[in-house]
Ligand binder design. Structure first.
Ligand SMILES: Cc1cc2nc3c(=O)[nH]c(=O)nc-3n(C[C@H](O)[C@H](O)[C@H](O)COP(=O)(O)OP(=O)(O)OC[C@H]3O[C@@H](n4cnc5c(N)ncnc54)[C@H](O)[C@@H]3O)c2cc1C
Length: 591
């Protein structure tokens, strides 16, 4: 069975050496001193290793079962959920007015990574609740907040997000679920939603569904959509639970991974709901939380890859096969461990350099969200919204790829369920699809985000990369980072120029290159992160840090990324510059 140990040292490095959180002027950051963050992360790591990780394979094997309208989660999930609740882990970055601990989102993100790595399917029950909490917190009336939030913060009640219908996923304008206004101000919701994560289960007393539906008078397409609070059990004015609402689970889906999370068809048969936010502005309300929700999925991409990597590394050190080409390294054994072989090294280095780079990008993204939400910093908001499709799309694509590579280290044993490596690959796969499939992330990046506010945010990003390189001029140790970063950033700018020059007269030219652009930008972002991390590591060594192995490994891993991964940018640029011609050449009938 796979093991998991929280990468506390690496997280501490990011928080204190790279982001230098206590020196940042973001509200709440000055409290995040090294001792405090260490204690939180260590404790979260214990819960992850001792409680959540042992349930990961059980959840995968047993899955969720629907019996007589009730969904039973896998063995151990209920008591683990209680442990999470009792430990206050569900309330970390929630508003203290509703029982939360008020920590920055950045800390919620770091702890979230630890829990996702240990058990992604389990963590989704809390993750979805957090999304619904944020929506009510941002758009709810005072009465709605008082009624729902305290129980959602504690996860006594969980939450869901209901967007998808059988005929509409990406194109929500086709939505058919209806909301009929009632004399008392409530609405009756009728329709079917599919693929609803945590739609029904036995972990909480109530489930607060947030449902998108069309209310009369809103017009066609997405304009007519509103957002509604539709609880499984109606909530009385005194907070006690009332009648069962007219909603039910139709079935739970059989699926490739995340078996421990119930993915439900939800039937709303005139269920009572209350408007959340403004009428006909449901899309806007739902997508206010988009940055957080998509960052959370981007995090799933590398968090699962981290767990897979840890196990691949242990196996590579333990499994004896063949001899090192440069001479025996384990003379007393029948063969050398896998890790002596250059191709296994390549594989492990690709995993390690991706996971650590993606963690840095995600933590930086979370810190921008804190600045934008807690300080109303518009520049931070602009920058993070540019970065979000990259964090979501690039990191989940690579996360899956790396989980498959980790499986590869095990050879045939990776394909056999016993070792648990196939679960990582199967679980990681969904993150490329939900919360906006990755092709749609690329569309969002190229079709919307690049040009947003007159292209201001992408210019800020390019300036930031330039400034980072300039800051290390004259430091020979940094040349292995800044030289490739300059080249890659130039390639990204050239790709952007290609879209500007060709996209207007031929939109296909831009859209057929959008996926490559998302990956090109992902590499530049990770190149930037590795440059920052290398500088922080050199600084720590210069300052006489004792754990020199850690910092030397950090620099060596960064060098690998710059030398072996960043050159992919050239390939992406070549594809982009080839335009739409070869992509669109065939008639649909000719395929
Ligand atoms: C396990 C699981 C859990 C989920 N959880 C939830 C949940 O909790 N709540 C919820 O509401 N939904 C949930 N979903 C639904 C998920 O968000 C959708 O499946 C996803 O948004 C894609 O929608 P679709 O499946 O209808 O695909 P479609 O919209 O039919 O898209 C199919 C493919 O076409 C591409 N595509 C579509 N339009 C375009 C375009 N204009 N240009 C280029 N490419 C395009 C997409 O990228 C995709 O690859 C879940 C799905 C799964 C499988």
């Amino acid at each position: 069975m796979p093991n998991y140990t929280a990468p506390v040292k690496d997280m501490q490095f990011l928080l204190h050496n790279v982001l230098k959180v206590t020196a940042a002027d973001t509200p709440g950051y000055s409290d995040l001193d090294e001792g405090f963050t260490f204690a939180v992360l260590e404790e979260a790591g214990k819960v992850a290793s001792e409680v959540l990780a042992p349930l990961n394979a059980i959840g995968d094997r047993e899955g969720c079962v629907l019996e007589n309208g009730v969904v039973r989660t896998p063995t151990g999930f209920k008591s683990a959920f209680e442990a999470m609740r009792d430990g206050g882990w569900t309330a970390l970055d929630c508003d203290p007015d509703y029982g939360g601990q008020g920590l920055p989102y950045l800390m919620g993100t770091a702890v979230g990574e630890i829990f996702v790595s240990a058990n992604m399917a389990f963590n989704m029950y809390q993750g979805l609740t957090h999304g619904a909490y944020s929506a009510i917190h941002t758009h709810g009336t005072a009465e709605q907040k008082a009624k729902y939030l305290p129980r959602m913060v504690s996860c006594d009640w969980t939450g869901t997000m209901n967007l998808t219908e059988p005929h509409c996923g990406t194109d929500l304008g086709l939505m058919r679920t209806k909301a009929e206004p009632q004399a008392d101000g409530s609405y009756h919701i009728t329709g079917q939603k599919i693929f609803i994560s945590a739609g029904e289960h036995d972990l909480a007393d109530n489930i607060i569904h947030l449902v998108l539906a069309k209310a009369p008078g809103g017009g066609e397409g997405t304009k007519g959509i509103s957002l509604f609070i539709v609880p499984k059990f109606l909530v009385n004015d005194d907070g006690s639970l009332g009648a069962r609402n007219a909603l039910s689970v139709g079935k739970i889906e059989e699926k490739m991974g995340i078996h421990g999370n119930a993915t439900c068809v939800m039937n709303y048969d005139g269920a009572t709901g209350w408007l959340l936010g403004d009428l006909h502005k449901g899309m806007r309300a739902m997508f206010t939380m988009m940055n957080e929700a998509r960052l959370g999925v981007g995090l799933q991409g590398y968090a699962v890859a981290e767990a897979a990597y840890q196990n691949a590394l242990a196996y590579a050190k333990d499994r004896l096969q063949g001899r090192a080409v440069t001479g025996t390294e384990n003379p007393s054994g029948p063969a050398d461990p896998l890790i002596v072989h250059p191709d296994i090294r390549r594989n492990l280095m690709e995993q390690k350099s991706f996971v650590e780079g993606a963690r840095a990008l995600t933590f930086w993204g979370a810190s921008l969200i804190d600045r934008s939400v807690r300080q109303g910093d518009a520049a931070a908001e602009g920058l993070v919204s540019l970065m979000i499709p990259v964090i979501k799309g690039f990191q989940t694509d690579k996360g899956f790829e790396m989980a498959v590579q980790a499986q590869q280290v095990f050879g045939g044993h990776g394909y056999i369920e016993e070792w648990g490596m196939s679960q990582f690959a199967r679980d990681a796969r969904i993150a490329q699809i939900y919360e906006g499939a990755n092709g749609v992330q690329a569309l969002d990046l190229v079709g919307r985000k690049l040009a947003q506010d007159g292209g201001k945010h992408v210019m800020v990003f390019f300036e930031m990369v330039k400034a980072e390189c300039r800051a290390h001029d004259g430091d020979d140790r940094m040349k292995g980072f800044t030289d490739p970063l300059k080249v890659a950033s130039k390639q990204l700018q050239t790709a952007g120029m290609f879209f500007m020059q060709n996209g207007m007269k031929n939109p296909n030219a831009a859209l057929s290159g959008s996926y490559d652009f998302m990956h090109l930008m992902g590499h530049v972002c990770l190149g930037l992160m590795w440059t920052r991390m290398a500088k922080a590591a050199f600084d720590a060594l210069d300052a006489g840090a004792t754990d020199t192995d850690f910092y030397h490994a950090k620099i060596a891993t960064g060098r690998f990324y710059m030398a072996r991964q960043l050159p992919a940018c050239l390939m992406h640029l070549a594809r982009i510059e080839s335009g739409a011609e070869t992509v669109m050449a065939l008639h649909a009938d000719a395929f």
